[in-house]
Design a protein. Structure first.
Length: 538
């Protein structure tokens, strides 16, 4: 039997306890991680070459204001998103809210609205002379308070990002075993006590993860802060690079942004804490008895409808109004076919390349666990912690210095997308591999199939749903991505995102409406594909 096991181990390449390492997977994964860590190396090189003036600029009061403002914006959006999403998750999972399934999907749809499109809609509707002021003009309202600055950016980014917290908290709430809460209530604890002592400790890791995603998104956002004229790191870096072409100064600002990102990661770890013993130990929790809302169902319905109206209805209505106004004023509808085709092409190529890069990393982490595979997997997530503008600047430097043939080409743009969004695909593939029994692959290899054939005929078909979800998520974020596209996009390669940005940044709202509506439609269709895979509740 021992001899048979050794023969099978040689054929399988991933037998538990086997000392030989899968060098091909390690080499492929290490090469991918090396590409992902390129932005960090770029920042280090640029910072080392910075002159005294660039270092002195870090001590200026304006730099301190940018740092504190970015931190306040990220933490504020994370806190407000949690306050919005936590009760919303409870309403759509644990109560008899009418049309729960509909609201569970509708309240997630703001995730399909690119943040810069929502910022454009906020200006068009709530600006000093926006649509709201025009509707109030007969009442004598000549000008509304300014929406620009910290308040407008915080409002816009909170509405755009609360679905991240909603997704994680809803998933955690569905896994919580209600028997623990029922036991606490049977011992005389009040509902608020049960929530604070039993339910909240179980949801705290999910809340921390969702809040971290919000904070990282806010730090990396470029469109909203630029449109609403708020000085954040991403806007300061872009202005430093585009305005003065000072790449060393931009690199130093980027390193400060990386430091702030690492601080947020540490804060998230502290909030999440250790796993609590109150979690359900079973694989599937008992069905939850839905709490009866009674008369509170009407305020709950207003709450869900209001969030959906603000997150999806306001941008759609604003864009539709400006589109009709432009057409009525004789403005010609610019052809969107080329920009739409470019967006779809770039999104599809990025999804395919990112998925190919994610496969070896996920396979190594799941099928060959160890310190080396864990280190490689963590390295693959570095790109997501960096803003798109930093990743783009690193690839601009690399292309102009070492690979001029790739500079400002479509392959370089696709590589930038892959570096940026690799964790989205890797996470989905990793989760699917964890659910796949490795004995199925081992049995196929013991029958003489090569590892590549097993991967193509056994592993890939069984983890196809996770691969599809990862590819769809990469596609969704790619077609919305702005700073990477602006800096790495080839000349004469317009996309829907760049068309919207170029028009909206010049306050040409009517011209921006048509590509923005089409981009929202494509994003909503992709979001629908992701939500379609979610099991029905209750």
């Amino acid at each position: 039997m021992a001899a048979t096991n050794r023969v099978l181990a040689g054929a399988i390449g991933g037998w538990p306890g086997r000392k030989a390492r899968p060098w091909l997977l390690i080499a492929l994964s290490a090469a991918i991680v090396a590409l992902v860590t390129l932005p960090i190396a770029y920042l280090a090189v640029r910072a080392a070459g910075a002159g005294p003036e660039a270092w002195a600029a870090l001590l200026r009061p304006r730099t301190l204001r940018v740092f504190t403002g970015s931190a306040a914006l990220a933490l504020g959006a994370a806190a407000l998103s949690t306050l919005i999403a936590a009760p919303l998750a409870w309403l759509t999972v644990a109560t008899d809210l009418p049309f729960r399934r509909f609201w569970a999907i509708a309240t997630l749809l703001p995730l399909a609205v690119p943040s810069y499109i929502f910022g454009f809609a906020v200006i068009a509707v709530f600006g000093p002379r926006g649509l709201l002021q025009q509707s109030l003009a007969p009442l004598g309202v000549e000008r509304l308070p300014s929406i620009y600055g910290f308040g407008g950016a915080l409002f816009s980014l909170t509405v755009c990002t609360y679905p991240y917290v909603l997704l994680t908290v809803r998933a955690a709430l569905r896994r919580c075993d209600p028997a623990i809460e029922e036991a606490a209530r049977s011992m005389g604890d009040r509902p608020l006590t049960v929530f604070a002592r039993v339910l909240l400790p179980q949801l705290r890791p999910a809340i921390a993860v969702g809040a971290l995603l919000v904070a990282l998104y806010v730090l990396s956002d470029f469109g909203v802060v630029s449109l609403l004229q708020f000085d954040s790191f991403t806007r300061a870096i872009y202005v430093q690079y585009r305005g003065s072409f000072d790449r060393s100064g931009a690199a130093l600002l980027s390193l400060m942004l990386v430091a702030l990102t690492l601080a947020l990661l540490g804060l998230e770890q502290a909030i999440r804490g250790r796993p609590t013993m109150s979690r359900s130990s079973s694989a599937v929790a008992r069905p939850r008895r839905l709490a009866r809302l009674g008369l509170w169902r009407y305020p709950a319905l207003l709450y869900c409808a209001g969030l959906t109206l603000v997150g999806v209805g306001v941008p759609a209505l604003a864009l539709g109004y400006w589109l009709l106004r432009g057409l009525s004023n004789g403005q010609e509808l610019v052809s969107l076919w080329r920009a739409a085709a470019n967006s779809l092409l770039a999104g599809a190529l990025a999804a395919g390349l990112t998925l190919l890069c994610a496969l070896p990393v996920a396979l190594l982490a799941v099928r060959h666990p160890g310190r080396l595979s864990a280190l490689i997997e963590r390295g693959a997530y570095l790109g997501y912690a960096l803003p798109g503008i930093v990743v783009a600047l690193a690839l601009v430097f690399f292309g102009a210095t070492y690979a001029p043939a790739l500079y400002q080409t479509l392959p370089m743009l696709i590589i930038g997308y892959a570096v940026r969004f690799l964790p989205q695909a890797a996470g989905s593939v990793r989760a699917s591999l964890h659910q796949l029994n490795p004995r199925v692959e081992e049995a196929a290899r013991s029958l003489g199939r090569s590892p590549l054939r097993v991967l193509a005929t056994i592993t890939a078909p069984l983890v196809a749903p996770g691969m599809l979800a990862g590819a769809a998520l990469v596609f969704l974020t790619t077609i919305k991505e702005l700073p990477t596209t602006l800096l790495l996009g080839p000349s004469g390669f317009p996309t829907l995102a760049t068309m919207v940005w170029s028009a909206a940044s010049e306050a040409m709202f009517a011209r921006a409406a048509a590509p923005a509506l089409l981009l929202m439609l494509l994003s909503a269709l992709t979001m629908g594909l992701l939500l379609w895979r979610e099991p029905a509740e209750g």
